[in-house]
Design a protein around this ligand. Structure first.
Ligand code: HEC
Ligand code: HEC
Ligand code: HEC
Ligand code: HEC
Ligand code: HEC
Ligand code: HEC
Ligand code: HEC
Ligand code: HEC
Length: 423
């Protein structure tokens, strides 16, 4: 008897289920193998433990409930490992300017540089001498509201008062404080004075509460402010050979290397911090952003800085850790030439406007006539961008977002001026 069993629907369903189960088991096994491999890789990296995990400290114990993120971040920081406490930065006497009563003590909600200064006197002193400190703040807020002490401190900064054109402040007035507190002030408050008379906000670069070297050394930190049409340093860096090296190999660089000991082994190519802040080559670590600069590039017409020769030696000794001195000298000579060439274009743009002012064809008010915007953008956006592109190796910014727009601006200015003069 040949009995061909008719297809049994229950049996085929079972087979299907068994098959599916087998597939799932295989997939799950594969996943487990991958995860094990993954965690082996992760644990190969030095993992910083949370030193506050078992802390009985009262701030930590309570804030583990109210703000677990802060305790988690701070617990992984090197400062927590060095036994610096929440109290060290936050707790002050009841009479301290800005103190608020909190859980039986008094705290600052926003610890000031006076708190950091107790342990980091050198960094605070260098920062205070730089244009990141009071000059940044004064660029927007003016110096009228400064206390006599702060005014004296501002006037004592050697490179502090060089600011030949504050045209942007008129733009701030046109926009109004509802806007500018989210715009100008957000960036320029890096140098804002606090109630206790100390200056600046270290946390603009050292994000709380990790205070990580890796984060401060990465160019994204500067991207908070050094971007956009008038100071596109971030964009320029990313199209430079240095930025390409960072973007394509940076994950293998030694980001947590001890400050002051950095070599080409840690950083085969520079980030913003390497050239402007880090101890590298023959140059020591600094918190004065102007310490290595030759020119005032942000100015309409660039001039050399006081003591620029010393600054230049410091910057070049960073370059020379990776480049031949002859290569660096040649580069500087050509970049000086390009800076002078942009100056010459901007002189032309001023000369085009002068007869209009002489013949009172423009109002005294700035930024109420289209030609004033064209003139302003020619130096403030494009002239600067061309210079920044030259000095930090961004060919496209030097060319199409820089020099090209400058010569185009000159043609437009001539046309607009002729119209006004022959009207
Ligand atoms: C018993 C719980 C508790 C303790 C102890 C405690 N905090 Fe707080 N803290 C809170 C809570 C809840 C908040 C948010 C509500 C508030 O502002 O009071 C807070 C807010 C804060 C703020 C922000 C205040 C603001 O207005 O933005 C700071 C800074 C702070 N705590 C620091 C500390 C420090 C430093 C200590 C240790 C000296 C501490 N806290 C101890 C519970 C606590
Ligand atoms: C090295 C100094 C430092 C230490 C140590 C420190 N903080 Fe802060 N903390 C700051 C700074 C700076 C700010 C203000 C940041 C700002 O407003 O831009 C801040 C802000 C805060 C705030 C209010 C802002 C927010 O995000 O809610 C709380 C709450 C706070 N800290 C709690 C703590 C606790 C809890 C600890 C200990 C686990 C601690 N801090 C340790 C420097 C410190
Ligand atoms: C009570 C002393 C003390 C105070 C206050 C203090 N620090 Fe520190 N800080 C230290 C010590 C100690 C270290 C060294 C940690 C190390 O090298 O392992 C350190 C390291 C650092 C580092 C380098 C981190 C690293 O991984 O090497 C930064 C950035 C920093 N502090 C920023 C600040 C800022 C910003 C403030 C003020 C808001 C501040 N500190 C307040 C003691 C302090
Ligand atoms: C995205 C951040 C950012 C915003 C927004 C911003 N600035 Fe700036 N500003 C900078 C940076 C960065 C420089 C430095 C450029 C350089 O040195 O090459 C600068 C330079 C300046 C300068 C020239 C330096 C000086 O001290 O004279 C002035 C003036 C100025 N800004 C005013 C303003 C005003 C007014 C506004 C708002 C209308 C504003 N800025 C908006 C980041 C910003
Ligand atoms: C413009 C960004 C910026 C600001 C603002 C800033 N820092 Fe730094 N800081 C850095 C960078 C970048 C490094 C890493 C330097 C290096 O590569 O060695 C650093 C390193 C440090 C270190 C470790 C240095 C060492 O030699 O051990 C300390 C401490 C520190 N900063 C404190 C401060 C304090 C305090 C302030 C506020 C007065 C501040 N920083 C403001 C960018 C900044
Ligand atoms: C929160 C905003 C902010 C951040 C973040 C910031 N800067 Fe600045 N920076 C400014 C402003 C504003 C100025 C212009 C100050 C002036 O001339 O008035 C400036 C000026 C400078 C200058 C020129 C100084 C001079 O003497 O003319 C350099 C160089 C510089 N920054 C480098 C950096 C680097 C590198 C970083 C990142 C590690 C950084 N900045 C992060 C706001 C910032
Ligand atoms: C290879 C080194 C190097 C790197 C990387 C670098 N810079 Fe520069 N930077 C320079 C040099 C050189 C100058 C021109 C200095 C002079 O005046 O001699 C300059 C100029 C500047 C200026 C203009 C200051 C003025 O006078 O207006 C700012 C602001 C600045 N850099 C910020 C940055 C930022 C932000 C980054 C990263 C996004 C960065 N730099 C990356 C070397 C570097
Ligand atoms: C930490 C090492 C390091 C430092 C410091 C450094 N560079 Fe470089 N630089 C490099 C590397 C890597 C390249 C890419 C070389 C290549 O293209 O093969 C490069 C490329 C260049 C180029 C060629 C760009 C191109 O488009 O071909 C110039 C120009 C340059 N650097 C100038 C400078 C100047 C100026 C300084 C100092 C302000 C400096 N570098 C600092 C590593 C460095």
């Amino acid at each position: 008897m040949t009995e061909t069993t008719p297809p049994n629907p229950i049996r085929s369903a079972r087979l299907l289920i068994a098959g599916l189960v087998a597939v799932i088991v295989v997939l799950a096994l594969a996943l487990i193998v991958l995860t094990v491999q993954r965690s082996a890789e992760v644990s190969a990296r030095p993992e910083r433990v949370n030193v506050l995990a078992d802390s009985q400290d009262e701030c930590v114990a309570c804030h583990r409930q109210s703000t677990p993120g802060i305790v988690e971040q701070y617990g992984h920081s090197s400062m927590a490992a060095a036994k610096v406490t929440c109290q060290d930065c936050h707790v002050v006497a009841a009479s301290y300017p800005g103190a608020v009563a909190h859980e039986g003590t008094h705290v600052l909600n926003q610890p000031t540089t006076a708190m950091c200064e107790r342990c980091h006197a050198a960094e605070v002193a260098q920062f205070n001498q730089s244009r990141h400190a009071l000059p940044s703040y004064v660029a927007v807020a003016g110096s009228q509201e400064l206390t006599p002490e702060l005014l004296a401190a501002y006037q004592a900064i050697p490179e502090g008062q060089f600011a030949p054109d504050k045209a942007r402040n008129i733009i701030a007035q046109l926009e109004g404080p509802e806007i500018t507190r989210f715009a100008c002030e957000n960036c320029h408050n890096i140098g804002k004075p606090a109630a206790d008379g100390s200056v600046g906000q270290c946390q603009k670069c050292h994000s709380r509460h990790e205070f990580s070297l890796e984060q401060a050394r990465k160019p994204e930190t500067c991207n908070n402010c050094h971007i956009g049409p008038d100071h596109p340093q971030w964009e320029i860096y990313f199209e430079s050979k240095h930025g390409i090296a960072y973007a394509t190999g940076g994950e293998n660089w030694n980001w947590e290397a001890e400050p002051g000991t950095l070599t080409v082994q840690d950083f085969p190519a520079p980030t913003c911090a390497t050239c402007h802040f880090s101890g590298f080559g023959g140059t020591g670590t600094t918190h004065d952003a102007g310490d290595r600069l030759t020119w005032y590039l942000f100015a309409p017409l660039s001039e050399r800085r006081p003591a620029w020769q010393d600054n230049q030696v410091r910057m070049q000794s960073v370059c020379s850790a990776c480049h031949n001195q002859n290569f660096v000298d040649t580069y500087y000579t050509m970049a000086d030439g390009a800076t002078e060439a942009v100056n010459a274009f901007i002189v032309q743009s001023n000369d085009i406007l002068q007869p209009l002012r002489d013949q009172q064809l423009l109002t005294d008010q700035l930024f109420d006539e289209p030609i004033e915007f064209t003139h302003y953008e020619t130096w403030h956006h494009y002239g600067r961008t061309a210079k920044f592109g030259v000095w930090m190796q961004g060919a496209d910014y030097t060319q199409w977002h820089g020099a090209y727009e400058v010569v185009k601006g000159l043609a437009e200015l001539r046309h607009l001026a002729d119209e006004l003069l022959t009207r």
